[in-house]
Design a protein around this ligand. Structure first.
Ligand SMILES: Nc1ncnc2c1ncn2[C@@H]1O[C@H](COP(=O)(O)OP(=O)(O)OP(=O)(O)O)[C@@H](O)[C@H]1O
Ligand code: SF4
Ligand SMILES: [Mg+2]
Length: 333
């Protein structure tokens, strides 16, 4: 189990640090895929990167809460332990495959560096392992590929190389932050199919950060929806698709091209996500919510509405069916 418990983070601002993630809790279970969704600027990447404490060098600081891998706090780990966890027990795949590879080193040297850090193999076996990993992600002519530099590869090939590197130490968990956003649509589909296959074959736990509800439907078992630095809804993928409880989730789902009604243009939810430091005391979605009233001006509990494991940070969910029909996509995504 990989657990984020009541995590709040601050980001550096000119005058003073400002809270950008507040009281986020989520659990990624072994063998399950959790989708982390929300508009741009909601805190998805900050949350995902915090699992490996990757933002600390940029001044991103934990205010409260904890992150535990198999019961052990990552904040209690030494740099040495963290290096073992990063890419060892937990691997990360980023959005932009070019920036994640170093252009001045060959694919082989970058793969061997990762393999040597985590596995005790001699040079020959490490090379064989690297070739096997590249074949596992569907790449060909792998011996030649090891000698090539990132520039010589297409975006899809680079992302496959990064996935191969991520798999090199048999991780328990993969964090994939918009892993296909920078790729062409046809390549996206193949990379997603590959990730799904690897996840299933190896029983990995996965945190998949995405804007795309179609991808959530295809890949995920569980879903967490974030808005303005906090979790506004979470549940299984069935819960969220059958019964999107929070008006924000409903609006986001209304923005899916395949569910948008034909006469509606594809648009975005009107208004903007408030930036860190500009959050209201009460519901942070209120200024954009068609159902807001004075009840929404007080702080709203994370589980203001709850049915089993399905929870929503909203005080007016009971009118959901009516709301579903009424929700106007004057929203156009
Ligand atoms: N290093 C940083 N310094 C200052 N502010 C930051 C930093 N990183 C993120 N932020 C701010 O924190 C908020 C959340 O950022 P984050 O990158 O987590 O959003 P996101 O949900 O991943 O968005 P996107 O979908 O665009 O990737 C944003 O307002 C962002 O500007
Ligand atoms: S708490 Fe109020 S403002 Fe917030 S989402 Fe629910 S109805 Fe809308
Ligand atoms: Mg992001």
């Amino acid at each position: 189990m990989l657990e984020i418990k009541d995590l709040s983070l601050s980001v550096p601002m000119q005058q003073t640090p400002v809270q950008a993630v507040s009281h986020v809790s989520l659990s990624i279970k072994a063998g399950r895929v959790m989708g982390l969704v929300g508009e741009s600027g909601c805190g998805k990447t900050l949350t995902a990167q915090s699992i490996l404490r990757l933002g600390e060098h940029q001044g991103i600081t934990k205010i409260n809460g904890d992150i535990q891998l198999h019961g052990e706090s990552v904040f209690a780990m030494s740099e040495k332990q963290l290096r073992k966890v990063r890419g060892g027990k937990i691997a990360m795949i980023f959005q932009e495959p070019m920036t994640a590879l170093n252009p001045v080193f060959s694919i082989g040297s970058q793969m061997l560096e990762v393999i040597n850090l985590h596995l005790d193999l001699n040079r020959h076996d490490a090379k064989l392992h690297a070739m096997q990993l590249l074949e596992d992600v569907g790449l060909q002519d792998v011996e030649h590929l090891l000698q090539q530099y990132p520039d010589a590869l297409s975006g899809g090939m680079r992302q496959r190389v990064l996935i191969a590197m991520a798999m090199s130490a048999n991780p328990d968990y993969i964090i994939a932050d918009e892993p296909t956003t920078a790729l062409d649509v046809s390549v996206q589909k193949r990379i997603i199919a590959l990730l799904r296959k690897l996840q299933q074959d190896k029983g990995l736990g996965m945190l998949l950060v995405t804007h795309d509800f179609g991808l959530v439907a295809e890949m995920c078992d569980d879903v967490v929806v974030m808005y303005a630095g906090e979790v506004v809804e979470s549940g299984t993928v069935m819960d969220i698709f059958d019964y999107p409880a929070h008006p924000y989730t409903q609006a986001l789902m209304g923005c899916r091209p395949e569910v948008a009604k034909s006469e509606q243009a594809l648009t975005v939810i009107e208004g903007q996500v408030p930036a860190p430091g500009e959050w209201s005391e009460g519901c942070r979605f209120a200024v954009r919510c068609p159902y807001a009233n004075t009840d929404c001006e007080l702080p709203i509990a994370a589980n203001a509405w709850q049915q089993g494991e399905h929870i929503a940070r909203c005080v007016h969910v009971c009118v959901r069916d009516e709301r579903q029909e009424n929700i106007k996509a004057d929203i156009s995504c």
